[in-house]
Write a protein that binds this ligand. Structure first.
Ligand code: AVI
Length: 315
């Protein structure tokens, strides 16, 4: 097999993320690779778990404060949703908005985007639905959209999966897209460590399966040789980053082949697969400030576990 043939056998972006990540002293793989078809199914299952409170807490806020959040967005709003997925949370907000003009779901998956656009269009017949196919973690320009007060919607505490630099870049891009508009962002709050760790290492083992699925994906797609039963899921609290981290810990010393290379592991070595940052209001405010936003509103769930923040562009 020639070099050219070797390269086309594997998805280049996935291969290079894994190979470079496994070559570092602290092995790490960006969390976006957790979401193949099975990974997305497992994540959906996580959102229904008792231990994983963020989805429920955010839904409670959206239901309870829908009218107030909708008023914050303004009448005749043009709503852009980042990483829209099925648009389930946007539906709660759209329902409460006064005469919304446009819903623009942004997603990297064309199939998901099309289904969401059709579903929301069918559900709200007067609404102009303008899907945008884009990776919201990278820079892109918003297309021409009808006039109206713009509001960015980013639920799910996905902002927690970005590091500070990425989050500021993302918030700045969002500000550019909405011009002098607003943003509504779901953020998981810092809290008791036990509650946080249980949310990322649930009693039913679904999060463990979600994390370990990454190794199964590497085995399948990159000719990997990870013995799945010899790696364990672990959730760790990192105080310096104010984040719950997911790791895959090697139970023994071994070498693992991936994409034609060998990667050494000592017993206890781990692959860091995700950070989920947990914010305090002041921390989040400092970050939004740097990105040109003023934190104007904070809606919290009754358990004070999660917040939906309303931001106004600084002019
Ligand atoms: C998608 N994201 C906001 C989830 C989180 O909580 O960081 C992903 C997740 N990882 C483990 N459980 C859920």
């Amino acid at each position: 097999m020639t070099d050219g043939e070797v390269r086309t056998r594997w998805d280049e972006a996935f291969c290079s993320a894994v190979v470079s990540g496994l070559s570092r002293p602290q092995k790490s793989i960006p969390c976006c690779w957790l979401y193949d078809e099975r990974g997305s199914e497992l994540f959906e299952a996580i959102t229904r778990l008792h231990d994983y409170y963020p989805t429920r807490a955010e839904a409670e806020i959206l239901w309870r404060h829908a009218r107030d959040i909708a008023d914050f967005c303004g009448e005749g709003a043009v709503l852009l949703e980042y990483g829209a997925g099925a648009g389930v949370k946007a539906e709660i907000l759209i329902e409460a908005l006064r005469a919304p003009r446009v819903y623009a779901p942004i997603d990297i998956e064309a199939g998901v985007l099309g289904r969401t656009a059709r579903r929301i269009g069918g559900r709200f017949p007067g609404l102009d639905v303008q899907p945008i196919l884009a990776d919201f973690t990278r820079d892109f320009d918003a297309p021409e959209l009808p006039q109206g007060p713009r509001a960015a919607f980013f639920p799910g505490s996905t902002i927690g999966n970005l590091n500070r630099r990425e989050a500021i870049a993302f918030l700045s891009r969002m500000r550019r897209h909405v011009q002098n508009g607003k943003a509504v962002i779901g953020v998981d709050l810092k809290k008791d460590r036990r509650i946080l760790l249980d949310a990322y290492d649930d009693g039913e083992g679904v999060t463990a399966a979600f994390n370990l699925n990454l190794l199964a994906r590497i085995n399948r797609e990159l000719d990997g040789g990870f013995p799945l039963s010899r790696f364990a899921h672990e959730a760790r609290w990192n105080e310096a980053d104010s984040a719950v981290e997911m790791h895959l810990v090697s139970l023994d010393s071994r070498e693992v082949a991936v994409a034609g290379r060998l990667f050494p592991f000592k017993a206890g070595d781990s692959i860091h697969t995700e950070s989920s940052r947990k914010y305090e209001l002041a921390m989040f405010e400092a970050m939004t400030d740097e990105a040109g936003w003023r934190l104007a509103r904070a809606w919290r769930d009754r358990g004070d576990r999660f917040a939906v923040f309303g931001l106004e562009a600084l002019v």
